[in-house]
Design a protein around this ligand. Structure first.
Ligand code: NAD
Length: 271
């Protein structure tokens, strides 16, 4: 059982989509939500990932876990109807989902295939909009939505390629969705997280180099943790951030503000 830290999210119910294992950013978020009093329903993409999720769900007292493939659009309305019946209406949804063919997360962006371009955009960007649209009848007053982005949306990161394009589109979606849903009192935000070694990240070529580069060159001189992402998500998912929407909050040890390599950073090729 994870330790309770506060009751900031007491009485709030949320859905987290995107836990693959205990390294997932979505797990960092789920754990923090639980530690601050929130109650969660969780999903797993397929049966292979179910056995990883079950013990994690137990740690945060989540009794509502569902198989959910976000590309299965026809099933999204019935998924929410069922969730509404079994778990109740929601105060927030966390979308921590991305995918691209790892063969195209190496080499040059110019070689991106049409199929993988469309598939990456669909899973990593469009799915957030589709999820929100179908969830609306099941959301409580002052509900909010959160997705995960990366600095590769703003600047070129080696090998991030089509995923960078998808993250740019996702960040712009956050703004358009925030504008659409503001009149209902709903908020939409993103966390732009620094690099973390996860299943999805392992598909990016030379990811170890990216991690080292961030560690040596970010103002905090370290990489971020799941707890860093969890803490920021508690702020965004709670009423503490009631005046914040359409925001891309960097949780990257400050890396995005740096314009030049740290003069004291070691030569990465030698570490
Ligand atoms: P992860 O592999 O733990 O999570 C990715 C999740 O996406 C998995 O749970 C997977 O099942 C899910 N997914 C993929 N296709 C799906 C589908 N069709 N239906 C339902 N679920 C599907 O990796 P992660 O790094 O925790 O990724 C979570 C989010 O964080 C992603 O959006 C990723 O781009 C973003 N992010 C990651 C990093 C990093 O360095 N790891 C940095 C910034 C942002």
């Amino acid at each position: 059982m994870e330790d309770i830290k506060s009751s900031i999210l007491k009485g709030k119910k949320g859905l987290v989509v995107g836990i693959a294992n205990e390294r997932s950013l979505a797990w960092g978020i789920a754990k923090s939500v639980f530690q601050h009093g929130g109650e969660l329903a969780l999903t797993y993409q397929n049966v292979a990932l179910q056995k990883r999720l079950a013990p994690l769900a137990e740690k945060i007292n989540s009794k509502h876990i569902y198989e959910f493939d976000i590309q299965n659009y026809r099933n999204i309305p019935s998924f929410f109807q069922n969730l509404g019946k079994e778990f109740g209406n929601l105060d927030f949804i966390v979308h921590a989902v991305a995918f691209s063919d790892k063969e195209e997360l190496k080499g040059d962006y110019v070689d991106t295939s049409k199929n993988n371009f469309l598939n990456t955009m669909e899973i990593s960007c469009y799915s957030f909009t589709a999820l929100i649209k179908e969830s609306l009848p099941f959301m409580n007053q002052n509900a909010n939505f959160l997705t995960l982005s990366y600095y590769g949306a703003e600047k070129v990161i080696p090998h991030y390629n089509v995923m960078g394009v998808a993250k740019s589109a996702l960040e712009t979606s956050v703004k358009y969705l925030a504008a659409d849903l503001g009149k209902k009192g709903y908020r939409v935000n993103a966390i732009s997280a620094g690099p973390v070694r996860t299943l999805a990240a392992s598909g990016i070529s030379d990811f170890r180099y990216i991690l080292k580069w961030n560690e040596y060159n970010s103002p905090l001189e370290r990489n971020i943790t799941l707890e860093d992402v969890g803490g920021a998500s508690v702020y965004l998912l709670s009423d503490l951030s009631s005046g914040t929407t359409g925001e891309i909050l960097h949780v990257d040890a400050g890396y995005n503000i740096v314009g030049m390599k740290n003069v004291n950073a070691p030569d990465i090729s030698k570490v």
